[in-house]
Design a protein around this ligand. Structure first.
Ligand code: URA
Length: 211
């Protein structure tokens, strides 16, 4: 997949909104061609907690906001149970266009590749620069492998705090959609409980910590 142009990140953005406007025209990889729009991060500048998923899904592609579909519903419920107000967090993705392939009338999610993730990275770095979170929490393996280490294993390393090259500490937990894909009710409940525990213990601490 060809990288087409450098991401048009403004040199000295004054706000996340300025970044969002610039990102709307990003052609740094070719995912924009099949996506409805760029789905940029959302939330408060100065948020202590930054949640980072993989890429927008079908619903996010249509609405233009991250984590508003089925995975977002799981995330919202888990955040509430962990005592975290989503409005205190900044929510984004490592890739900001929906990558999909048609299957009948449905658009099926496809995992972004290394080049697409690399092409989108300047946007993530600019978001971190503006938001200045105290903790980045990766949701799922794609974000964790892109932002912590290519060999990261969420099953073994979830909930552990690492120093990051971005400045703030970084950790990972499962992706909320992996909970929806669990094979049965028991597995779903166990995965969800683990997700809430990670949010409470790792992310909750960053939100409660005094700045
Ligand atoms: N999955 C993600 O990783 N991000 C979203 O915004 C929605 C679903």
């Amino acid at each position: 997949m060809a990288i087409e142009a450098p991401a048009p990140v403004p040199a000295h953005p004054r706000s996340v909104d300025e970044l969002r406007v610039a990102a709307a025209g990003c052609r740094a990889c070719d995912l924009w061609e099949r996506a409805t729009q760029t789905v940029f991060g959302e939330g408060t500048e100065g948020a202590r907690l930054m949640l980072v998923g993989e890429q927008p899904g079908d619903r996010e592609d249509v609405t233009g906001a991250p984590f508003v579909g089925p995975a977002g519903e799981v995330l919202d419920r888990a955040l509430e149970e962990a005592g975290i107000d989503r409005r205190q967090a900044y929510v984004t993705n490592v890739v900001k266009h929906f990558k999909w392939e048609p299957r009948g009338k449905r658009r099926i999610h496809q995992r972004p590749n290394t080049e697409e993730i690399r092409a989108c990275r300047p946007w993530f770095e600019a978001e971190v620069e503006r938001v200045k979170p105290q903790l980045i929490l990766c949701l799922g393996a794609t974000a964790a492998q892109a932002l912590i280490s290519p060999t990261f294993r969420v099953t073994r390393q979830h909930g552990i705090l690492f120093p990051s090259t971005f400045g703030p500490m970084i950790a990972a937990t499962v992706h909320p959609s992996s909970i929806l894909r669990a094979p049965d009710q028991q597995a779903r409940e166990a995965a969800y409980a683990g997700f809430v525990a990670d949010l409470r213990e790792v992310a909750g601490a960053s939100v409660r910590r005094r700045g």
